[in-house]
Ligand binder design. Structure first.
Ligand SMILES: [Zn+2]
Length: 114
């Protein structure tokens, strides 16, 4: 959904899964992570900590953050280009991702099926 609203549908298909626990390669825990496909693991995916499920808009924010990484590349940090793209994408759907809803009422937030 956000791919269409915020990125003009430009992002490639990426599976999104709930994870029990996420540990980054360096051993630190994370709320969400984008794993680009590699030689072993062909499929790329975004994993989000299942404990964030239903905690709107936290889980969306994590998803959104990872979607920006999908767009900018897995090596992208959170520098200026990341922030600029984050802002652009937020503006694209009027910050609805953040739970800022001014216009018509939205369907209740529910974790999308994965
Ligand atoms: Zn990030």
């Amino acid at each position: 959904m956000y791919n269409k609203q915020c990125f003009d549908g430009s992002l490639p298909f990426v599976a999104v899964i709930w994870a029990e626990r996420i540990t980054q390669p360096d051993g630190t825990p994370a709320n969400a992570i984008y794993v680009p496909g590699d030689a072993v693991l062909r499929r790329r995916y975004i994993a989000i900590d299942g404990r964030l499920s239903g905690m709107f808009p936290l889980e969306r924010l994590c998803l959104f953050d990872e979607m920006i990484h999908v767009k900018l590349g897995p090596e992208s940090g959170h520098g200026e280009d990341f922030i600029a793209e984050f802002k652009r994408a937020l503006d694209a759907n009027k910050w609805e991702v953040m739970g800022c809803i001014d216009a018509s009422p939205q369907k209740p937030a529910s974790p999308s099926p994965v």
